[in-house]
Design a binder for this molecule. Structure first.
Ligand code: NAG
Ligand code: NAG
Length: 357
C-alpha cells in the first residue's frame, strides 16, 4: 500500500472564507480553550528550556503575524487555527508566558519533544512531558479558582471549555524509532508498544477529566513514515513513505479510538472525540506534492538550520521542517477537525459540534 499526500486548493479558499467569518463573531463559542501536546501545538514553551528542540529563530515563523515565537512551522499551528475557528480574537498564550488575566480564556501547555512517556525526547534536552503538562494545568486550575473565588462557578466554567490533546508522535520519532538511544524497541513489539502507550494515555486523559475537563479532543497520529527526516533515516524501499513506520503508528491509532470510546462510556458527563489525521491526509484530494522539507534541516533532529534558506512558495509545500507540516497542511488538519468531511475525520463529534454540546 502506498500513501500519497495531496493538497486541494479549493479547501484553502473555504478556509479563507471561514477566517473572514470568525472576524465578525463577537464572542468565542466556548469561554476557554486549553491545549496539550508536542511541537504540533507548541507556541513557545521550549524557548527558555535547555534543549536543542526549540524554534525561536528564523526561518521559523516567517509567515506568522508576530514572526518568530517558538512555533515549529512557518505560520500558525493546528491549535492556533482551531482557536480562530472557535472565535478567539487572540492566540492562546503559552504556559511559560500566561498571565493571571489570560488564564481564564485558556493556556497552551504544548512542548516540542514531549511524549506520553516520561523519557521520550530526552536526547534532545529539556521538554515538558505530558505528565508535567497535566501538573502545570493543575497549578493553573488552582490559580483560576483563587481568581474566580467561587469553586462552583469555576467547575461549571471549566466544563464548557475545549481541551485539545495532540501527543504521541514523539513516543515514536524520539523514542521507539531511535533504537540506539531508547530501549523501548528492544523491549516491546510494535503491537505491545501501542498497547502500553495507549494504556498510559488513557490514565492521563482520566487525570484531565478529574481536573474538570468535559469536552476533550484527542488527536490520532498522522503518517509519521512520510515525514522527510524519517524517510532520510530509514529509506522507503521505492515507496512514497516508510511503510513500516506508518503501520506501527496505525496500531497505536487503532487502539486509541476504542480508548476514546471507553472514556465516553465510563464518564457519561464528558464528551471525548477522536480525530483521524491519517484519514485526513489520505483522503485530501488535489495535487501530489513531494515529502520534502521547506527549510534546510539538521540531520540529527530534523529542525531548521538557523537562518538557512527556505522554499519561496510555502503554500506548495507539505512539510516545513523534517517532521512538522507547513501552515497550509495545518490549515487542512484544523479545518477538517473543526468541520469534518465525514465521520472518519472526527468521531463521534467534530470540534464545531463539540463546542455546541
Ligand atoms: C457561585 O457560583 C454559582 C454558580 O455560578 C452561583 O450560583 C453562586 O451564587 C455563586 N456564589 C457566590 C457566593 O457568589
Ligand atoms: C483512520 O483512517 C484511516 C484511513 O481512512 C483508516 O484506515 C483507519 O482505520 C482509521 N483509524 C481509526 C482508528 O479509525
Amino acid at each position: 500500500m502506498s500513501y500519497e499526500i495531496k493538497l486541494l486548493f479549493t479547501v484553502l479558499v473555504v478556509v479563507g472564507l471561514m477566517q473572514l467569518q470568525t472576524l465578525v463573531v463577537a464572542e468565542p463559542q466556548v469561554p476557554c480553550y486549553f491545549i496539550f501536546g508536542d511541537a504540533l501545538v507548541d507556541s513557545g514553551n521550549n524557548n527558555k528550556l535547555v534543549t536543542a528542540g526549540k524554534a525561536n529563530y528564523l526561518p521559523y515563523g516567517i509567515d506568522f503575524p508576530q514572526g518568530v515565537t517558538g512555533r515549529f512551522t512557518n505560520g500558525r499551528t493546528i491549535a492556533d487555527i482551531i482557536g480562530q475557528f472557535l472565535g478567539f480574537p487572540n492566540f492562546i498564550p503559552p504556559y511559560a508566558l500566561a498571565t493571571d488575566q489570560q488564564i481564564s480564556t485558556g493556556v497552551n501547555y504544548g512542548s516540542a519533544y514531549a511524549g506520553i512517556r516520561q523519557e521520550t525526547g530526552r536526547t534532545e534536552g529539556e521538554r515538558v512531558t505530558f505528565d508535567m503538562q497535566l501538573q502545570n494545568h493543575e497549578a493553573v486550575m488552582s490559580r483560576l479558582s483563587r481568581l474566580q473565588q467561587n469553586n462552583t462557578f469555576t467547575q461549571d466554567y471549566l466544563k464548557k471549555c475545549i481541551y485539545l490533546v495532540n501527543i504521541g508522535s514523539d513516543d515514536y520519532i524520539n523514542n521507539y524509532l531511535m533504537p540506539n538511544n531508547y530501549p523501548t524497541s528492544h523491549i516491546y513489539t510494535t503491537g505491545q508498544y501501542a498497547a502500553v502507550l495507549t494504556q498510559q494515555y488513557s490514565q492521563q486523559l482520566t487525570t484531565l477529566y478529574n481536573l474538570g475537563a468535559r469536552k476533550i479532543v484527542v488527536y490520532g497520529l498522522g503518517l509519521i513514515g512520510c515525514a522527510p527526516t524519517e524517510i532520510t533515516r530509514f529509506g522507503t524501499d521505492g515507496k512514497t513513505c516508510v511503510e513500516s513506520i506508518n503501520n506501527a503508528v496505525g496500531l497505536f491509532n487503532d487502539r486509541l479510538k476504542p480508548v476514546v470510546d471507553l472514556l465516553n462510556s465510563d464518564f457519561s458527563d464528558a464528551r471525548f472525540t477522536f480525530i483521524n489525521l491519517t484519514n485526513i491526509q489520505e483522503t485530501q484530494g488535489g495535487e501530489v506534492l513531494p515529502n520534502v522539507a521547506c527549510c534546510q534541516v539538521r540531520p540529527f533532529d530534523g529542525q531548521c538550520i538557523p537562518n538557512s534558506v527556505f522554499c519561496s512558495v510555502r503554500a506548495l509545500s507539505l512539510w516545513y521542517v523534517g517532521f512538522h507540516p507547513t501552515e497550509t497542511v495545518n490549515t487542512i488538519f484544523a479545518t477538517r477537525s473543526y468541520s469534518a468531511l465525514s465521520a472518519m475525520d472526527a468521531s463521534p463529534y467534530d470540534i464545531s459540534h463539540l463546542a455546541r454540546l
